[in-house]
Design a binder for this molecule. Structure first.
Ligand code: SF4
Ligand code: FES
Length: 368
């Protein structure tokens, strides 16, 4: 008699893990973490129905299951394929996957402009990261790129349709966390585009979350546009007592000095909004666009930023100092003594430490 198993085994890139039945390959890989995890441009665990659009998460299934160990004939989208007991998956260990991912990135970049130097998403763009890892120096595409008429979709969000990769995440946000969706993907094929039909229509309380889920710079914050590069700002975790139903009141403030340049939801290691008490931490437009003073918030401390990202530069919570070996090899002599130029310099008088005097140095401090 077969027993219902509570966990099943899956091996991804030679690492075996037990997961709950019904887990997708992508989520099983996320449980392992690190390089084993396929990139995901359209899947978003907090948005129901997301995934299956971009193909960046393709993996090779070398054995379907213990019961049927035949390999799957084609690469599969890991965000849409559930694991089976005994399944063997290859991600970074598969040449086929690397080759296919290079191809997917080439396709994504057919129409996406390489305007990272002027794009507000630069530094935190998932396509930019993918481009570095899988992109080619040049394009083989010889046709004109898609262009669109500029469209004003509302007071807070700037739409750059040429950058959109049609991942549909913003439409799921509008469907699932706002009262009504007034935008969507209109037309088909090469003409498919994000649009509202009625200009300036997107103005509901949670529309700002579309900016956070957009994996590229197609939807950016009008209140932050061109004001600063993300890697020059300092992200801190902060919270406020927000009374808007559905707003978690927990955010990341992006500071320059004491000035709040931008407010976003807090992101996890996969670039998705963090969950609090089992619920996604969406924030309302009041927190995002109107509370731009540090006095509006209770600042908790520096945000942890993944070190692989350019915005992580110089923003480490703790500094790991390298081990000091000079003292050891110099038989106990302190390295500071080796560099004490004061006692051997012939410039200032021996009793005067220029760095310690509480006035400007003058001729009486120096040797004649
Ligand atoms: S605008 Fe952004 S979130 Fe919306 S479909 Fe395009 S890429 Fe995805
Ligand atoms: S993340 Fe799986 S298809 Fe886009």
């Amino acid at each position: 008699m077969s027993e219902d198993k509570t966990t099943i085994k899956v091996t991804i890139d030679n690492i075996t893990i037990d997961v709950a039945p019904g887990t997708t390959i992508l989520n099983a890989a996320r449980q392992i973490g690190g390089d084993v995890t396929p990139p995901a441009m359209c899947y978003y665990s907090k948005l129901e129905g997301s995934g299956g659009k971009c193909r960046t998460c393709l993996v090779e299934v070398a054995a379907g299951s213990t019961a049927d160990p035949r390999p799957m004939p084609k690469l599969v989208a890991s965000c849409r394929t559930n694991v089976m007991d005994g399944m063997i998956v290859k991600n970074i260990t598969s040449e086929k996957v690397t080759d296919a991912r290079n191809g997917v990135v080439e396709f994504l970049l057919l129409n996406h402009p390489l305007d990272c130097p002027i794009c507000d998403q630069a530094g935190e763009c998932h396509l930019q990261d993918l481009g570095y890892e899988h992109g080619k120096e040049g394009t083989r595409y010889q046709f004109a790129r898609r262009t669109f008429k500029k469209e004003d979709i509302g007071p807070y969000i700037q739409l750059h349709m040429t950058r959109c990769i049609l991942c549909y995440r913003c439409t799921y946000v509008a469907d699932q966390i706002t009262q009504k969706r007034v935008h969507g993907v209109v037309d088909r094929g090469d003409h498919a585009a994000i649009s509202t039909y009625i200009s300036k229509a997107i103005d509901n309380d949670f529309s700002g979350n579309m900016i956070d889920v957009c994996p590229v710079g197609a939807l950016t914050d009008k209140t932050f546009r061109f004001k600063n590069r993300v890697w020059f700002t300092k992200p801190v975790d902060a919270h406020r007592n927000c009374e808007t139903p559905g707003c978690c009141g927990k955010a990341t403030l992006w500071l320059r000095g004491d000035e709040v340049f931008r407010v976003t939801a807090r992101k996890d290691q996969w670039g998705e909004v963090q969950s609090f008490d089992g619920k996604p931490g969406w924030i309302c437009n009041t927190c995002r666009f109107d509370k731009k003073q540090t006095s509006d918030w209770v600042v908790e401390g520096l945000t942890s930023i993944s070190r692989h990202s350019v915005i992580g530069a110089n923003k480490y919570k703790t500094l790991d100092m390298p081990k000091e070996t000079v003292k050891e090899v110099m038989h106990g002599v302190e390295p500071k003594l080796l560099m004490d130029i004061h006692s051997i310099s012939e410039v200032n008088k021996p009793g005067i430490h220029l760095s310690e005097i509480d006035r400007p140095a003058n001729s009486s401090d120096f040797k004649k």
